[in-house]
Design a protein around this ligand. Structure first.
Ligand code: SME
Length: 161
């Protein structure tokens, strides 16, 4: 890894530390899952660079249904195992895709999206939904972004529990 990459990683990590603190302050006094999802997505979309969509899909009766988001109108329902969101949901693991054109079964809600990060919302071991990030830049999301997204997903789960 060269120096600029290391610098980028540090920058991303410190941005996420700040976002985790802001998310805690914003969500901790509220238990409503939709209200907190709306504010979390607004905070993230307002703070992160080079993203065109951030939102939450809730797991409802076995499929993912779009919840609060920031960005252009999106696909409403995603089957478990379908696309990047449904794959992350089924595996119950974060999924980082550097080039969505290379991901078999990617669901293109907005053709400008080129990379994607999806983090499952596992609240008390129950899959509640997923937090989805889209970027128009290939390779936008780093390991530090994934760690940060997992940390804010944890804050969300703690708040609604
Ligand atoms: N691209 C996603 C669908 C959701 S949108 O990006 C908002 C997927 O493949 O699951």
């Amino acid at each position: 890894m060269n120096k600029p990459d290391l610098k980028d990683q540090h920058h991303a990590a410190s941005t996420w530390r700040s976002l985790v603190r802001q998310a805690q302050a914003l969500l901790m006094d509220e238990k409503d899952p939709v209200a907190n999802a709306a504010n979390l997505c607004a905070l993230l979309f307002d703070s992160l660079e080079d993203v065109n969509w951030i939102g939450i899909y809730f797991l409802k009766e076995g499929e993912l249904v779009v919840g609060p988001f920031q960005g252009k109108p999106a696909c409403v329902r995603i089957a478990m195992g379908a696309g990047v969101c449904g794959t992350a949901a089924r595996r119950r693991e974060p999924l980082r895709v550097s080039d969505v054109h290379e991901f078999d079964g990617h669901i293109a809600c907005d053709p400008i999206s080129r990379s994607e990060l999806v983090v499952p919302l596992l609240c008390a071991d129950q899959l509640v939904g997923v937090l989805d990030f889209d970027s128009p830049l290939p390779g936008r999301f780093s390991a530090a972004d994934e760690d940060g997204a997992v940390a804010v997903a944890r804050v969300y789960c703690e708040a609604i529990s």
